[in-house]
Design a protein around this ligand. Structure first.
Ligand code: 1HE
Length: 258
């Protein structure tokens, strides 16, 4: 897999891939090249990678869209630019290897859209969440209108954009932005612990969670229940699942919480 990106640091360590946004001087603001590089990483990810951690170099996860990209664009270019973000973040959401976002400092605008496309968010205490698009006279364009309400609800997103409201890490945890809050400097340790657990799961379980569950949720009850039955049966049929069930029944598997 390619690892010489201009705006990313990409490093595979066994089954875990870490991707750092590497524009610290610009607070990891995402320009066109960065979003194209993110898409490239996920398209070309080998199936030996079982989990991914995305983080930002320095004191901020990501300051959102690089606003210098917006200079002199017309509406046609604007649509294509937004669709480029959609393609890249869809690759992340649909990645067979679950993706953990490790957050610190600013997680704003397009940075929050990127974090929302990931499957788990670990926030260090410095993290703050905002959607400054409202104040910049624009709208979200990186899938935020679809993914952010799934995390925090429509009313909270509307308030954030109308009023510029900022959520701190602890509040963000309570409203649903992150599943974990960690002390500063300890986020990577937690993310790696989670990535190792995820990497040990059966591949079909992880695939069902990243690729089937979101479709069940969007598909309505009747379609959802049918998809659930199909996924459940396919996952049970895998030799690895059969072995895991046997291990439990014969007393070799860990109990819940161990
Ligand atoms: C940037 C960007 C950026 C920083 N585009 N250059 N996002 C925003 O509206 C957030 C704008 N950024 C900020 O509010 C602040 O930079 C932070 C709170 C994130 C960090 O503050 P701080 O004091 O640590 O850094 P700084 O001094 O403001 O920024 C350092 C440099 O990064 C500075 O450039 P320099 O040449 O003067 O050193 C900043 O101009 C630059 N910088 N953020 C371009 N975003 C798919 S649609 C998504 C739409 C959006 O994401 S809109 C929201 C954009």
């Amino acid at each position: 897999m390619k690892n010489n990106y201009t705006n990313l640091l990409v490093n595979a360590d066994g089954a875990i891939l870490t991707i750092a946004l590497n524009r610290e001087k610009k607070r990891n603001a995402i320009n066109t090249e960065t979003i194209e590089e993110l898409e490239h990483v996920f398209i070309h990810m080998p199936n030996t990678i079982k989990s991914v951690i995305i983080y930002g170099k320095g004191n901020h996860f990501c300051a959102g869209l690089d606003l210098s990209d917006l200079k002199e664009t017309n509406s046609t270019e604007g649509v294509f630019h937004s669709r480029k973000w959609h393609r890249a973040l869809d690759q992340i959401q649909n990645s067979p290897a679950p993706v953990i976002a490790l957050l610190n400092g600013a997680c704003v605008g397009g940075g929050l859209e990127l974090a929302s496309a990931c499957h788990i968010r670990v926030a260090e205490r410095t993290t703050f969440y905002a959607l400054p698009e409202g104040q910049r006279g624009i709208f979200v364009g990186g899938g935020g209108s679809v993914r952010i309400p799934r995390l925090i609800g429509v009313a909270r997103m509307t308030d954030m954009m109308l009023t510029g409201r900022v959520y701190k890490a602890d509040e963000g945890y309570l409203v649903g932005f992150s599943q974990y809050v960690e002390k500063d400097g300890l986020g990577m340790e937690k993310a790696l612990e989670l990535a190792n657990k995820i990497s040990g799961n059966a591949p079909m379980t992880n695939y069902a969670l990243t690729n089937v569950l979101p479709r069940i949720v969007e598909g309505g009850q009747d379609v959802g229940l049918m998809l659930e039955s199909m996924t459940s049966a396919i996952s049970q049929d895998a030799p690895e699942a059969k072995q895991r069930l046997k291990d439990f029944l014969e007393g070799r598997a860990k109990k819940v919480g161990e």
